[in-house]
Design a protein. Structure first.
Lengths: 112, 122
């Protein structure tokens, strides 16, 4: 199985500052079609996950442009610009190159 | 608007079975696959598998082969998850999540149900 490893944040992050969440995969997620098969989700406290980013850098419909995804084949970053109170929650990366689909263990964001 | 509404919380004993439903509305049911994701208390997300809502074909992750069954009631735009011979470690919240049935999008889960809690305790 592809292992997804997420980094921690130096919580709490001051409101208005930027936050970068890292994710590393045990295998390159770059496919022969040129796309990188990585998604990012946010799970706010007490809620279900919501899709933020797919194919490593494409924002999902309705997602603020404060969220951006980048990376290479195995190292990825979700950047949140000007963090706000509504950004609080746990962020998960997920690969969809191979079965089984696997998630990272999650990165918690707290706001000061 | 797009909604995935899941059934309510369940309290079961070990060895019993449970069926969780996920009713879709606001879109064409057969245009989107349905995935199932497990979240144990205080833990992260674990993908269980998915079902093609056009063909009805299920695919299970290895850890969810045997006691877990995905099914459809397409006429009711509903996907179901049945778990038999429940064990304590099945205690979790189970999410359904849809993904477009288009090349490259099958595993992009763009809308999720609210989750269904299952507690297994003697």
């Amino acid at each position: 199985d592809i292992v997804m490893t997420q980094g921690a944040l130096p919580n709490p992050v001051p409101s208005g500052e930027s936050a970068s969440i890292t994710c590393q995969s045990s295998k390159s997620l770059l496919y022969s079609d040129g796309k990188t098969y990585l998604n990012w989700y946010l799970q706010r406290p007490g809620q279900s996950p919501q899709l933020l980013i797919y194919w490593m850098s494409t924002r999902a419909s309705g997602v603020s442009d404060r969220f951006s995804g980048s990376g290479s084949g195995t190292d990825f970053t979700l950047k949140i610009s000007r963090v706000e109170a509504e950004d609080v929650g746990v962020y998960y990366c997920q690969q969809f190159l191979e079965f089984p689909l696997t998630f990272g263990s999650g990165t918690k964001l707290e706001i000061k | 608007q797009i909604q995935l509404v899941q059934s309510g919380p369940e309290l079961k004993k070990p060895g019993e079975s449970v069926k969780i439903s996920c009713k879709a509305s606001g879109y064409t049911f057969t245009d989107y696959a349905m995935h199932w994701v497990k979240q144990a208390p205080g833990k992260g997300l674990k993908w269980m598998g998915w079902i093609n809502t056009y063909t009805g074909k299920p695919t299970y992750a290895d850890d969810f082969k045997g006691r877990f069954v995905f099914s459809l009631e397409a006429s009711a735009s509903t996907a179901n998850l049945q778990i038999s011979n429940l064990k304590n470690e099945d205690t979790a919240t189970y999410f359904c999540a849809r993904a477009p049935q288009l090349p490259g999008y099958y595993y992009v889960m763009d809308a999720w149900g609210q989750g269904a809690s299952v507690t297994v305790s003697s």
